[in-house]
Design a protein around this ligand. Structure first.
Ligand code: D41
Length: 675
């Protein structure tokens, strides 16, 4: 028993040391951070229960990083503390409770909330306003002198602005590689045949650890201040006031830093940042919450190496490891065969994931993934989960190759790989039941005919039970025949029937989009509708005529021609018209005459009651207007709905013509208007 645990401890030490080396010295981690944290946690758990086993060479004795490089070490005059973690609102409540137990004076505390940037903590020392030293955090007590490298970071001031800074001032913050710069750097590296960096943090670490600062200078790094260390004269009575002072001296702060009152608002802040995470310019892995008042911070002090007044409220990990159980092949709407990884369910990015996209055969080859492998899965925001890497060291002996099928899994007809394309596709078109299902799903989707109550599961059954073959057949269904679908009672059948009748009244652009022509999205469909005005004109358009349309290039033109050449497609279109699908006749416009609002710059603001803002925008654009987001001297007309605010005020100040919704609606009637 004891020897088992000892064995486990020794195994853990070995594994952690291996990964610590890959991570810190090679900047090439093999396992996700979440897994590394768990290994470390297990080690600490055993060592806490058996302090007699803690050896000097245990990874737990070295929380900082190893250095293989020749940087000079520098001691931090004031240690750089670490942060305790919270993972749930309950953890956060525990954090506040511990604060109130120690200092019950304040009923409602002010917290400074910051995004937790995923980079490297550094210390900058300014003497008489001049940057004299920059060091990594290291183990918190000692770091590496990286002054020459940090001086190359464009947003780090070499001289402070103003005059009211302490003669000696230590600024602490995080060096990151913004996402856009990271992607560019990796693209360049790929072109040069170099291995890409796995993530922005490793790229930032690799860039800061260059012995030649000329290389660092070419890397897109950025610094954001988050606190102060030593200071020859104190300033500010709150954390936020100190950060504001740093900002006034020219130091960059994250735009998201915000002081809020009470824990409830902290939770709101967390949710807000979590939702906007992908839109931020840098990667973050949580938020940092700090008691704002410095006096209270001092009363609270710290335990071990972390302050009692701050906590890192972490987001769910975006990368986890799991097993690849099987690879399925799905047939898309246009016949593309997509390999889909079936995974041992794993909690990642806030949800349980059991499928991930493998894109195509090239991707399978690039990853060198086999069935049975342990893989790293990433789910970032609402993006489809991806397999980012394979942990080849953990490959079982019975791992099997992924075999790409040679015939369509849905209709058994042979697959084709088009020269120069990564995709393998089934060219059976609407003969293939899988493509039929996808075509009908697309047809009824929100941006197409928007058929309420026709969900994916119902479409699948309608096709499988051969109640329909094509979208046009939907309109031949009686409420009675619909009840043949599982769990479809007479009431839902009648509702679906009614929804189908309602959907017959549509717009030309929605109709074009609903046909599911390759690479014709809603925007292209709109341009096509505006350009050709009638279905007959579109159907008979030549290649030359098609490429005249905005957004339509040679490829899309070919897809359109191929689509309208197929008899089967024309039969479906005719059947749809026969079933009564129709759209309002366009206001006839002389081809040579510009639209009613040609060239006018219009801004929409406030809420509209008759039309949605999106529809209004579309309709105005149809009349030749350019609809923009903000009011400027270039704006011709502001259309203000109910509760219009600052944009209206600005337009008034600039003397811009203001109209209400009713006046806007008049543009869309056939009567000529005076603009
Ligand atoms: O954005 C960060 N990564 C961040 C890190 C931040 N916004 N604030 C931080 N605050 C601290 C204290 C409270 C100790 C001044 C931190 C860190 N520490 C930190 N970074 C690395 C270890 C600790």
């Amino acid at each position: 028993m004891t020897s088992d645990i000892l064995q486990q401890l020794n195994d853990l030490k070995k594994t952690i040391n291996h990964h610590a080396y890959l991570y810190h010295s090679e900047d090439k981690p093999e396992i996700p951070d979440s897994e590394y944290d768990r290994l470390m946690h297990s080690l600490l758990e055993i060592e806490t229960a058996h302090p007699e086993w803690v050896s000097e060479d245990s990874p737990s004795q070295r929380v900082g990083s190893v250095s293989l490089t020749a940087f000079e070490t520098v001691a931090h005059e004031m240690p750089m503390l670490s942060l305790d973690n919270a993972f749930t609102d309950e953890d956060l409540e525990g954090f506040e409770k511990r604060i109130k137990d120690k200092d019950p004076r304040e009923a409602t505390l002010i917290y400074c909330c910051e995004p937790k940037l995923d980079g490297l903590a550094v210390s900058l020392i300014y003497e008489k306003g001049v940057l004299v030293q920059a060091a990594t955090r290291g183990d918190g007590v000692r770091g590496e002198n990286i002054t020459r490298n940090v001086r190359t970071i464009r947003n780090v001031p070499l001289n402070l602005m103003g005059t009211d800074w302490p003669v000696r001032l230590e600024v602490r913050g995080e060096v990151v590689m913004p996402k856009s710069g990271f992607e560019q750097l990796n693209k360049q590296n790929l072109k040069k045949g170099l291995k890409p960096f796995v993530n922005p943090r490793n790229a930032a670490a690799g860039s800061l650890r260059q012995l030649d600062s000329k290389i660092t200078a070419t890397r897109p790094l950025a610094f954001y201040a988050y606190s102060v260390g030593i200071m020859s004269s104190p300033f500010g009575t709150s954390h936020i006031a100190r950060l504001d002072a740093l900002k006034s001296w020219g130091l960059p702060l994250s735009k998201e830093v915000k002081a809020v009152s009470g824990l409830q608002n902290v939770m709101t802040y967390y949710q807000d940042i979590l939702h906007r995470r992908n839109a931020l310019p840098y990667e973050i892995d949580g938020v940092v919450i700090k008691v704002d008042e410095i006096d209270i911070q001092n009363i609270l002090g710290f335990v071990a190496r972390a302050p009692r007044w701050a906590v890192a409220y972490k987001f769910p990990a975006q990368e986890e490891m799991t097993a690849l159980l099987q690879v399925d092949f799905q047939v898309g709407r246009t016949g593309t065969i997509t390999p889909v990884a079936k995974l041992e369910p794993v909690f990642v990015g806030g949800v349980t994931v059991s499928n991930a996209s493998l894109h195509n055969a090239d991707e399978i080859a690039r990853l060198n993934v086999k069935i049975g492998d342990t893989v790293v899965v990433r789910r970032a925001g609402d993006v489809i989960p991806q397999i980012v890497s394979v942990i080849e060291r953990l490959r079982p002996e019975n791992a099997r190759d992924v075999l790409f099928p040679s015939s369509c899994p849905a209709c058994s007809l042979p697959l084709e790989r088009i020269e120069g394309e990564a995709a393998v596709r089934c060219t059976a078109g609407l003969i293939c039941p899988a493509q039929r299902k996808e075509a009908v799903k697309h047809f009824s989707s929100r941006k197409a005919l928007d058929i309420d109550g026709l969900g994916d599961k119902i479409v699948e059954q309608l096709i499988e039970k051969e109640l329909i073959q094509t979208p046009a057949d939907l309109f031949k269904l009686s409420p009675g025949s619909m009840t043949l679908v599982e769990r479809m009672g007479p009431k839902s059948a009648q509702n679906l029937y009614n929804a189908l009748q309602r959907s017959k009244e549509t717009t030309f652009s929605r109709f074009i989009y609903s046909l599911g022509i390759r690479e014709v999205g809603e925007v292209t469909a709109r341009y096509l509708a505006q350009h050709f005005v009638t279905l007959e004109a579109l159907r008979h358009a030549s290649h030359e005529q098609l490429i005249e349309v905005q957004d339509v290039g040679k490829v899309v033109a070919e897809h359109l021609l191929a689509f309208f050449k197929q008899t089967q497609n024309n039969e479906v279109i005719d059947a749809l018209l026969e079933a009564g699908i129709h759209w309002p006749h366009p206001v006839t416009r002389n081809e040579n005459e510009a639209g009613l609002l040609e060239g006018k710059v219009i801004v929409l603001t406030g809420t509209f009651s008759v039309m949605s803002r999106t529809d209004a925008k579309q309709a105005l654009e149809g009349l030749g207007a350019k609809v923009t987001g903000s009011v400027s001297s270039k704006t011709d007309i502001l259309i203000a709905g109910a509760a219009a605010g600052s944009k209206r005020t600005k337009a008034e100040q600039l003397g811009i013509k203001i109209m209400d919704e009713e006046q806007m609606m008049a543009f869309f009637s056939s009567e000529p208007q005076d603009t």
